[in-house]
Design a protein around this ligand. Structure first.
Ligand SMILES: [Zn+2]
Length: 78
């Protein structure tokens, strides 16, 4: 019997993340590759996956979650 623990296991008891040591990574929902952020993204910020080129929207920041951005062209609706 072998117990395989993922290296990036996050203790569920972790109270809050320290911005200084926070790991700014998220998983691309399109290709599954890990995207690393140079800084903490803001919610609704658009990023592009360097691997597959998909445009992604930041849907959460703690932890960082990504969703495929809606394909819109010249959306001036805001
Ligand atoms: Zn991707």
């Amino acid at each position: 019997m072998s117990q395989v623990a993922p290296q990036a296991a996050i203790p569920s008891a972790t109270p809050t993340t320290d911005p200084a040591t926070e790991v700014l990574t998220a998983t691309c929902p399109e290709c599954g590759s890990t995207i690393t952020f140079a800084r903490a993204p803001r919610r609704h910020e658009l990023v592009r996956c360097p691997d597959c080129g998909a445009e992604l929207e930041v849907t959460g920041v703690s932890p960082i979650t990504l969703a495929l951005a809606p394909e819109v062209e010249e959306d001036w609706g805001e």
